[in-house]
Design a protein around this ligand. Structure first.
Ligand SMILES: [Zn+2]
Length: 168
């Protein structure tokens, strides 16, 4: 997916660009390529970005540490404001309070939008925080108790064998 030069988007048909995605995203470990689409529409002072995509990822179960595969999907829409002040961070004091509007995505109106990066972020947000191979995963099954029983059984068995050898 190529970067979109935002001013160019205003000249696109319906001010919209749509991408089909079928690729591995840099930095995102997936078993299958990320498949789906990303749609970007220019609304004058904001971009409306929507995307549907899915891939298979390999997770590690938090309980039993086994690896398992899981489908990771996104179906999302986001507004990205176009603001001249976006990315102009040079003259900001270092310890600035984080205002609410800082949490909203903004881009300069004459900048670029990177569909791959956007999709990467959406996929990361969709990653399961708690990874379980199964809702009823019993966790790591300890074999230590069984094996010590086994050991004792073996000893008894050899004692039994010894007994049989003795004249009765
Ligand atoms: Zn598990």
């Amino acid at each position: 997916m190529d970067a979109i030069y935002i001013p160019q988007l205003t000249r696109a048909s319906e001010r919209t660009e749509e991408f089909q995605v079928e690729e591995f995203l840099p930095g995102l470990e997936t078993l299958t390529p990320v498949r789906g689409n990303v749609r970007v529409q220019h609304h004058g002072n904001y971009l409306e970005v929507s995307g549907q995509a899915e891939a298979i990822i390999t997770c590690t179960c938090n309980r039993c540490l086994q690896q398992y595969n899981q489908r990771l999907g996104v179906d999302t829409k986001e507004i990205i404001w176009l603001d001249e002040a976006a990315n102009q961070v040079e003259d900001l004091p270092l310890e600035r309070e984080v205002a609410m509007e800082d949490l909203i995505e903004t881009l300069p109106p004459d900048g670029y939008f990177y569909p791959s990066e956007w999709l990467y972020e959406q996929m990361c947000l969709a990653m399961p925080q708690r990874q379980l191979c199964d809702r009823n995963c019993p966790g790591i099954i300890s074999n230590s108790a069984d094996s010590s029983n086994q050991l004792v059984d073996n000893r008894w068995a050899s004692l039994e064998a010894l007994k049989k050898q003795l004249p009765g």
